[in-house]
Design a protein around this ligand. Structure first.
Ligand code: TYD
Length: 137
């Protein structure tokens, strides 16, 4: 499977009407996991690179609910760059995929939905260690 197929762009239901937009994301339906954790990143400026890790257990969906940012995604073989700039689209990132988030616009609010509660020990923050672990599979 290609990296693009492993990390699809998801388009969420827009229930907007003349009163404004409404986007709904239900765990296990619009995204392929039950949501256990939500966090969001804002006031990261355009020079900052965040992420820089892979997760042994967690799956994520990243959505820029305001502004824009980019995410560079790699499995150690292929690399893709996804621009997140619409509140009704997100990108799915499965386990054991390396990601860097960068190019945040001043108004960027990057919402992250996660399949797990936080556990720092399931994060791989060293790229060489990541390559070692995926090569061992
Ligand atoms: P970090 O993983 O570096 O953020 P990002 O992936 O967005 O660049 O997290 C920053 C700090 O916050 C770090 O000390 C771990 C902590 N943290 C939690 O306690 N819970 C969480 O759910 C997250 C994402 C981070």
């Amino acid at each position: 499977m290609s990296l693009k197929e492993m990390c699809p762009i998801l388009r969420f239901a827009d229930l907007g009407d003349e009163r404004g937009k409404l986007v709904v994301i239900e765990g296990g339906e619009a995204i392929p996991f039950e949501i256990k954790r939500v966090f969001y990143i804002y006031e990261s400026d355009s020079t900052v690179v965040r992420g820089q890790h892979a997760n042994r257990e967690s799956e994520f969906v990243l959505i820029n609910v305001a502004g824009k940012s980019k995410v560079r995604i790699t499995d150690g073989r292929e690399e893709i760059i996804v621009e997140l700039n619409k509140p009704m689209t997100g990108v799915y990132i499965p386990k054991m995929i390396w990601k860097d988030m960068y190019d945040f616009s001043p108004d960027s609010v990057l919402l992250v939905l996660a399949s797990t509660h936080y556990d720092g020990s399931e994060y791989i923050r060293d790229y060489d260690e990541y390559i070692k672990e995926i090569s061992a599979k």
